[in-house]
Design a protein around this ligand. Structure first.
Ligand code: SAM
Length: 242
């Protein structure tokens, strides 16, 4: 199957937005894992005075996780799907949380360099046509010493992890997707994971993009070896890349 990209992917998420929150809430660990990855940003003082970008915020599950980790931060959620964003904005948020409808690929021209202290991207990267370009843009959007956390399905590299992912897709994810009328979106999920970087390869991608102190952190449950948190930082000295 050809992976969904650009407008076709946004349209699939627009349609999938109706059932999205119900499906992810039925997935054991989904919200707890996002909260754990958000905490791994290590934002001090509950995020007081910090500006955090939630890239590919969807219906706001990752935004809520960031808010739990850093309730005093200003959080901007960005997403290309109007349907997903409609679900996010319909929820109740405190002051300091806002949402922008924009594809990642158009962010560079809209936001100033150094606009954010931290960036979080939950289940976004394997959807992008050019992950390297996105990382380069994010590096520029972060302040010196800024923090990045990527929470993503990235197989650990062992045949067991691949087999578990394949079984979870065949037995649970694909049937659920067919029931909600989103078979294409959930085929895309299956294939985008198997074709994307392994966890070590994605860590290398972050280092190549200039991020320092890159670490790959595991998550528990059936997602062990399948979903990881990646953390890294921009160099403390402006303009320097690791
Ligand atoms: C699997 S959802 C994850 C949503 C949320 N971060 C969460 O953890 O539940 C991926 C989101 O990324 C968005 N997305 C995919 N490609 C994008 C792009 N190029 N620019 C902006 N958003 C994108 C989709 O619209 C979708 O809402």
């Amino acid at each position: 199957m050809t992976l969904l990209r650009g407008d076709a992917l946004s349209e699939a998420f627009d349609h999938g937005s109706t059932a999205y929150d119900r499906l992810v809430s039925a997935s054991p660990g989904y919200h707890a894992h996002l909260r754990r990855s958000a905490r791994r940003l290590g934002l001090p003082e509950e995020g007081r005075g910090l500006r955090v970008l939630d890239l590919g915020c969807g219906t706001g599950a990752s935004t809520a996780a960031l808010l739990a980790a850093a309730p005093r931060a200003r959080i901007t959620g960005v997403d290309a799907s109007a349907g997903m964003l409609d679900r996010a904005t319909a929820k109740s948020w405190p002051q300091g949380v806002d949402f922008v409808h924009l594809p990642v690929e158009e962010l560079a021209g809209r936001l100033e360099a150094g606009s954010f202290d931290a960036v979080f991207a939950g289940y976004l990267f394997r959807n992008l046509t050019d992950p390297d370009e996105a990382l380069d843009m994010l590096h520029g959007l972060l302040v010196p010493g800024g923090r990045l956390a990527v929470h993503e399905y990235t197989l650990g590299g062992s045949p067991v992890h691949r087999a578990v992912w394949s079984a979870v897709c065949s037995l649970i994810i694909q049937p659920a997707g067919r029931l909600t009328g989103d078979a294409g979106l959930y085929r895309h999920l299956r294939d985008s994971v198997t074709r994307f970087d392994t966890a070590p390869a994605f860590a290398q991608r972050l280092r190549r993009a200039g991020f320092a102190d890159v670490r790959v952190l595991p998550l528990p449950g059936w997602q062990t070896g399948i979903t990881h948190t990646f953390v890294g930082r921009t160099a403390a000295v402006p303009g320097v890349r690791a």
